[in-house]
Design a protein around this ligand. Structure first.
Ligand code: ATP
Length: 379
């Protein structure tokens, strides 16, 4: 488990005494008849890299723009460091925004772009030079001072945009899909660089992303949005392992979902009957759902194990025929069709070479999983 960067043993969102740095209270934004952001409340703590994640059009950018002060909420309030900023204009907020397009001035050099905001704020010349140098070094762009944006790669432009934002020493940086223009490899590298820079500078980042892998890699916590609402907030592992709805489970990675009925409910487990399965599903944690309730059990493909010998247990296994094997290098995803017609996906690590792989297309196989790996979700 990675060491927490927070001083207290508790993460700040678990600590009832911790004061949020950004506090959004019941933000709503309507455009004509369309509710773009619907009654969103969020607490974000100092030093977090918080991601707003969701499909295109779910309201992420609108929420970010209201935080920056570029849009006014139809209703609701925002507090930054305890101060009500709802009616404070953008230029007076301790906030800096990094746009998808980087919005660098094309006719200015890298140095002039980074210095621009400081010149406007009438910072003394010597200090401007020192700060520009320091922040270009931070984003590893020393030596590029005289270049114009069109002489830079996408990743370099992104780093200059970040330096231009950070040089003003804002307390809060808002990033709207900052890596969207980069190709996959550069994007992955830049994700880590961005996290390193954020940790070094210690400012609070709020980032918009529609890319779940990116949000999972970078964030202290994710707020998953759909249709203007926040569906779940939590650290990446928590919302991946314990999604609170079918939507969240499906959005983050792939998942096997089995609709069924609770047939037994005890303090430490529930048993679920699903028509998709020969055996009942045994989930070893309690649920607040009573016997007879219709629910769905979610099981991640990497938690499903594949074997050619029949398991002995009473629960949590089934059998089927391998209909497809998707080879992804480090893992393969097996598509196994059950007698009920349902297909289960099982991710298997490729520990042996493909030629030695024992289970093949059209093989009859057994699938099983541990009782703690099922998640009960409301339908
Ligand atoms: P994307 O990932 O595509 O940028 P998003 O989640 O950031 O999407 P928003 O840009 O916040 O989504 O838009 C939310 C909804 O509000 C969309 O349906 C969009 O069409 C609508 N919307 C956004 N800005 C305006 C505007 N100025 N006028 C009218 N409708 C708007």
């Amino acid at each position: 488990m990675a060491q927490s960067k927070y001083l207290s043993n508790l993460e700040p969102w678990q600590d009832s005494k911790a004061q949020p740095y950004v506090s959004i209270k019941n933000f709503t934004k309507t455009f004509g008849g369309l509710v773009a952001v619907n009654n969103v409340s969020l607490s974000i703590y100092r030093g977090e890299l918080f991601s707003l994640l969701g499909r295109s059009g779910c309201g992420k950018t609108t929420l970010l723009r209201m935080l920056a002060g570029f849009d006014t909420p139809t209703s609701g309030k925002v507090f930054i460091d305890g101060i009500d900023m709802t009616d404070t204009p953008a230029y007076k907020r301790p906030v800096s925004m990094v746009f998808q397009s980087y919005a660098l001035f094309p006719h200015m050099t890298v140095e002039q772009n980074v210095a621009f905001g400081l010149i406007q704020d009438r910072v003394p010349k010597n200090e401007i030079r020192d700060r520009v140098d320091a922040y270009l070094e931070l984003v590893q762009m020393s030596g590029y001072e005289r270049r114009k944006p069109d002489q830079l790669s996408g990743g370099e432009r992104q780093r200059v945009a970040l330096a231009r934002s950070l040089v003003k020493q804002p307390k809060l940086v808002l990033l709207d899909e900052p890596l969207a223009a980069l190709d996959k490899k550069l994007r992955e590298r830049t994700q880590l660089e961005l996290v390193n820079i954020q940790e070094k500078v210690g400012v609070t980042f709020i980032m918009v992303s529609h890319d779940q892998e990116e949000a999972m890699t970078m964030s202290s916590r994710i707020g998953l949005m759909n249709e203007g609402r926040i569906l779940q907030v939590g650290p990446p592992t928590e919302i991946y392992e314990y999604p609170n709805s079918k939507y969240v489970a499906n959005f983050l990675g792939s998942v096997n979902l089995f609709d069924g009925i609770i047939v037994e409910e005890e303090s430490d487990h529930v048993v679920v009957k699903s028509t998709a399965m020969e055996k009942n599903l045994y989930v070893s944690h309690s649920s607040s759902v009573p016997v007879g309730a219709q629910i769905s059990v979610a099981i991640r493909p990497e938690k499903v194990m594949l074997t050619d010998s029949r398991p002995t247990g009473e629960h949590n296994w089934t059998s089927g025929v391998v209909k497809d094997i998707v080879y992804l290098g480090d893992v393969s995803i097996y598509h196994v069709k059950l007698r009920s017609g349902t297909t289960i996906f099982a991710t298997v690590a490729n520990l042996v070479r493909a030629a030695e792989r024992p289970i093949q297309w059209e093989d009859e196989v057994f699938l099983y999983w541990r009782p703690e790996n099922g998640i009960i979700l409301a339908i």
